[in-house]
Design a binder for this molecule. Structure first.
Ligand SMILES: Nc1ncnc2c1ncn2[C@@H]1O[C@H](COP(=O)(O)OP(=O)(O)OP(=O)(O)O)[C@@H](O)[C@H]1O
Ligand SMILES: [Mg+2]
Length: 154
């Protein structure tokens, strides 16, 4: 894992991953920092590595089971050591209003929420979220850009 080119004043950091294992380890590091009420939003093309990153987050939170792609299920939940991880995948959302019906922020307050394809319903997420953008830079390489939306995310 490359050292992050951190610019804390702006609340952004960039990492380079050289394979799925590194992306998972980076997710696990984040998973160990999460607290109930936190929201993490994952953006990037199909196959960019968002779900691989969620597998790491869940592992970092102490979840022992497997994390799969949630494209048909919209919402999964995994019991961590201390609290739950809620995993939303909004790719198949037909209209942003559908996300309002899910009342995600309220439903997930007792745990942490991670969402793939948040741009399908951007208005439902708290401003103080941590955004992670995945860039496909090669067959096995990815760039991860972290952007804090507020104090807690930073
Ligand atoms: N450095 C890397 N980090 C993460 N995944 C990688 C990396 N290099 C290769 N891959 C591969 O890219 C794919 C990422 O799949 P993943 O399901 O995580 O994508 P996704 O962003 O969740 O896509 P979708 O939008 O379809 O849900 C996997 O097959 C994984 O093995
Ligand atoms: Mg996915």
């Amino acid at each position: 894992m490359s050292k992050p080119a951190l610019s804390e004043a702006e609340g952004t950091a960039r990492f380079a991953s050289r394979g799925p294992g590194e992306t998972r380890r980076l997710g696990a590091r984040l998973g160990r920092l999460l607290r109930p009420g936190d929201t993490v939003l994952l953006s990037g093309d199909l196959g960019a590595g968002k779900t691989v990153f969620v597998q790491g987050i869940a592992r970092g939170m102490g979840f022992q089971g497997s994390v799969s792609s949630k494209s048909f299920v919209l919402m999964g939940e995994y019991q961590g050591r201390e609290f739950k991880l809620y995993h939303a995948d909004l790719y198949r959302l037909e209209a942003p209003e559908q996300a309002e019906e899910l009342a995600m922020e309220e439903y997930c307050e007792d745990g942490a929420l991670v969402a793939e394809w948040p741009e399908r319903a951007p208005h439902v997420f708290a401003p103080d979220s941590l955004r992670v953008r995945f860039e496909v830079t090669g067959e096995r390489t990815r760039g991860l850009i972290l952007e804090a939306g507020g104090e807690r995310a930073r």
